[in-house]
Design a protein around this ligand. Structure first.
Ligand code: ASP
Length: 597
C-alpha cells in the first residue's frame, strides 16, 4: 500500500501535468532531480534571507526553500505573498537538507525553488488544518471540506475505502452479486419511522426511503440471484441519540438454500478476513451464545466479552435470612470484581451513587469485601453471618481481595442495571482494551417483543424472520416464548451485524402478520407483492446486514461513527454545511400538492 503511494507515476501511469511527484514522494535518491510539486501551503517561515514553505497534499509534506540572492526576485516576491492553504505549484531542484527531519517521509531533502505559481489563493481557514486542531465540532462540520484536509480525518475515509474494497473482493469471490435496489420505495417496517418523499406526479402520494433493502433482497432470492450483497445507504427517522445518523450504510447480504450456520460461517469468514487483511488481527473462531444465556450472564443481548465478570444468581444463598429487600426480589444477582476488596468508603459510595443515577436506576448497591485474612465485610452485616457471606463468595468464585457487588429487584430491570454496573467496572478496571477484539454470535432471539405502549407484539428483528421450527407449536399458545432463527454479530459489546433465516412461504408469513396485529387487508396492501412472490417458488433463504459505519469506527478505534462518514449530520440531525433540512419554496410545495392552507 505505502509503496504504491510513494510513486505518483505508478499511480497515474501517465504524464502528470501539474506535478511530477506528490508531496510525500521525494527521497535522497532524487537529489539533483528537477521536479514540480503542487499542493497546499501548510506553513511558511521567513527568516529574512531565507524562506521556507511546507507544501502539503494527501500523500505528505515537502519543504520548499527560497533564498535571497540565489532565488529569482519575482519568485521570492510571490513566495512572500503565500498564506496558509494557498494552492501552489512549485518547480525546482531536489537538494539534500543540512538539518534532516526524521518526522517527515521527505525529511532528508528539500526543493530549491526556481518557479512558483499561485494556483489559487485561500482565506485564512477558520481552524488549523493540523492533526491537533483548534476547531470545535460544529465549526469543523460546517467546513467539513477543510476538516477532511486534516490527515487524521482523511485517513478515516481511506480506511473506509479499503474496507469497502476488501468486502467487495471477498464477497464477489464467493459468488455474491452486487445489486442496487431502489431508494424511492414503499415503507419497510424495521422498527423505525420512514423518511417520506412526496410524489409530484402522483399528488397526495409518497415514496418512502428504505430503512433497509430487506424486501428487495428477499425478492432477489425469489429471482434466483442466489447470493446478493450491496453496500447501501439506509434511512431511519429515529429519535436522535448521540451516535445515530438518519442515513447510514449497511453491508446488506442475502443467500439462498442456506441454514443459519451457513450464513454465520460465511460472514464469520468475511469478518475474519477483514480483520486479518486490514488490521493484521487474527480473530479466531467466534463463540456462539443464545440470547437467553447472554441475558442471564451479562444482562445484555450485546455483551462485551473482552472481560468475564459474569452475573451470578445469589437467590439461593441470599434469600430467607431476614433481609427484606432481597427476600422480596425476583432476582438477587452479583458480580465479582477481582482484587477490589481494598476499595475505600469513597469508592464504594461512588459506585452506589452511580447505580442510583437515573440512567442506571437501581435503588441501592450491596457489597461484600473478601478480606485478605479470609473474613468478610459487607454492607449488610446486620443480616448475614460470616458463614452466609462465605457461601456468597463461593457462589461467585470470589477469593480473598475480591469485591462482590450485588443488585436485586425484578429480573428484567436488575439485569439491565447490573449490565451497566459491569461495564462501568470494566472501564474502571481498564478491562475493555480497545486493541483487543472479541467477537460473539448471539443466536435464538425472541421472535416477538411486547410493546407496553401499544399493548401489542412487535417483531424483535423484523416481520420476515422465521421462527425456530422447534417453537412453531407455541406460536398460537404462547407467542412471547417463540424464538426466532435470528442472530447478531457483536464485537466488544457493539452490535455490528444482524440477520435471520426468513419465512419463505405465504402461510407462515400471513400467520406472522396476524400476530403482529395486521388485518389480512393491511398485510395485503403493504406486503402483497412479497406474499405473491412467495407463491412462485421462493427458495429457503436468509441473510444479514452489517452496520458499515460502525464497523469502520471499530476498526479505527473510535466510538463515533460520524468520524467515518464523509459528510455526516450533527447530533441534531442537521447538515450544518449545506444547512439541511431547510424550508422549500411555496412553489415547490404547490407543485407537490403540499401547500399548507
Ligand atoms: N434488514 C435487516 C436490518 O437492517 C438485516 C437483515 O435481516 O438482513 O437489520
Amino acid at each position: 500500500m505505502q509503496k504504491q503511494l510513494l510513486n505518483l507515476r505508478f499511480i497515474f501511469k501517465t504524464k502528470v501535468m501539474l506535478r511530477t511527484h506528490h508531496c510525500g514522494e521525494l527521497r535522497k535518491e532524487h537529489v539533483g532531480n528537477e521536479v514540480t510539486l503542487s499542493g497546499w501551503v501548510q506553513k511558511t517561515r521567513d527568516k529574512g534571507g531565507l524562506l521556507w514553505v511546507d507544501v502539503r497534499d494527501r500523500f505528505g509534506i515537502t519543504q520548499l526553500t527560497f533564498e535571497e540572492g540565489s532565488t529569482n526576485e519575482k519568485v521570492l516576491q510571490t513566495a512572500r505573498e503565500l498564506g496558509r492553504e494557498y494552492v501552489i505549484q512549485a518547480s525546482g531542484t531536489v537538494v539534500e537538507r543540512y538539518a534532516k527531519n526524521d518526522k517527515l517521509l521527505t525529511g532528508d531533502i528539500e526543493i530549491r525553488v526556481n518557479q512558483l505559481n499561485i494556483l489559487n489563493a485561500s482565506k485564512v481557514p477558520p481552524f488549523k488544518i493540523e492533526d491537533e486542531t483548534d476547531g470545535g465540532e460544529d465549526l469543523r462540520l460546517k467546513y467539513r471540506y477543510l476538516d477532511l484536509r486534516r490527515n487524521t480525518v482523511r485517513k478515516k475515509l481511506e480506511l473506509r475505502s479499503r474496507m469497502a474494497i476488501a468486502i467487495r473482493n471477498f464477497l464477489s469471490e464467493k459468488a455474491f452479486v452486487e445489486v442496487e435496489t431502489p431508494v424511492l420505495i414503499k415503507s419497510t417496517p424495521e422498527g423505525a419511522r420512514d423518511f417520506v418523499v412526496p410524489s409530484r406526479i402522483n399528488k397526495g402520494e409518497f415514496y418512502a426511503l428504505p430503512q433497509s433493502p430487506q424486501t428487495f433482497k428477499q425478492l432477489l432470492m425469489v429471482s434466483g440471484l442466489d447470493r446478493y450483497f450491496q453496500i447501501v445507504k439506509c434511512f431511519r427517522d429515529e429519535d436522535l441519540r448521540a451516535d445515530r445518523q438518519p442515513e447510514f450504510t449497511q453491508i446488506d447480504c442475502e443467500m439462498s438454500f442456506v441454514e443459519r450456520d451457513d450464513v454465520l460461517d460465511t460472514f464469520e469468514a468475511m469478518t475474519q478476513h477483514l480483520f486479518a487483511s486490514i488490521k493484521q488481527v487474527d480473530l479466531g473462531t467466534f463463540p456462539r451464545m443464545t440470547y437467553a444465556e447472554a441475558m442471564e450472564k451479562y444482562g445484555s443481548d450485546k455483551p462485551d466479552v473482552r472481560f468475564g465478570m459474569e452475573f451470578i444468581s445469589l437467590n439461593e444463598v441470599a434469600q430467607g435470612k431476614g433481609f427484606n429487600v432481597f427476600d422480596s426480589a425476583e432476582l438477587v444477582v452479583g458480580i465479582c470484581a477481582k482484587g477490589c476488596a481494598e476499595y475505600t468508603r469513597k469508592q464504594l459510595d461512588e459506585l452506589t451513587h452511580y447505580v442510583k443515577t437515573p440512567q442506571v436506576g437501581a435503588k441501592g448497591l450491596v457489597y461484600v469485601k473478601c478480606n485478605p485474612d479470609g473474613t468478610f465485610k459487607s454492607s449488610v452485616d446486620k443480616f448475614y453471618s460470616q458463614e452466609d457471606l462465605k457461601a456468597w463468595a463461593e457462589a461467585c468464585g470470589a477469593v480473598p481481595n475480591d469485591l462482590i457487588l450485588v443488585l436485586s429487584g425484578s429480573k428484567e430491570s436488575t439485569r439491565k442495571q447490573m449490565n451497566q454496573l459491569r461495564l462501568n467496572m470494566g472501564n474502571l478496571l481498564e478491562l475493555r482494551d480497545p486493541n483487543q477484539f472479541c467477537p460473539l454470535w448471539v443466536v435464538d432471539f425472541p421472535l416477538f417483543e411486547w410493546d407496553e405502549e401499544t399493548q401489542r407484539f412487535h417483531a424483535m428483528h423484523h416481520p420476515f424472520t422465521a421462527p425456530l421450527a422447534s417453537d412453531l407449536n407455541l406460536l398460537d399458545t404462547d407467542p412471547g416464548k417463540v424464538r426466532a432463527n435470528a442472530y447478531d454479530l457483536v464485537i466488544n459489546g457493539v452490535e455490528i451485524g444482524g440477520g435471520s433465516i426468513r419465512i419463505h412461504d405465504k402461510n407462515t408469513q400471513s400467520v406472522m402478520f396476524k400476530h403482529l396485529g395486521f388485518s389480512p387487508e393491511e398485510a395485503r396492501s403493504q406486503f402483497g407483492f412479497l406474499m405473491d412472490a412467495f407463491e412462485y417458488g421462493a427458495p429457503p433463504h436468509g441473510g444479514i446486514a452489517f452496520g458499515f459505519d460502525r464497523l469502520c469506527a471499530l476498526f479505527g478505534g473510535s466510538e463515533t461513527i460520524r468520524d467515518y462518514i464523509a459528510f455526516p449530520k450533527n447530533t441534531s440531525g442537521r447538515d450544518v454545511m449545506i444547512d439541511s433540512p431547510s424550508p422549500v419554496s411555496e412553489e415547490q410545495l404547490n407543485d407537490l400538492g403540499l401547500k399548507l392552507k
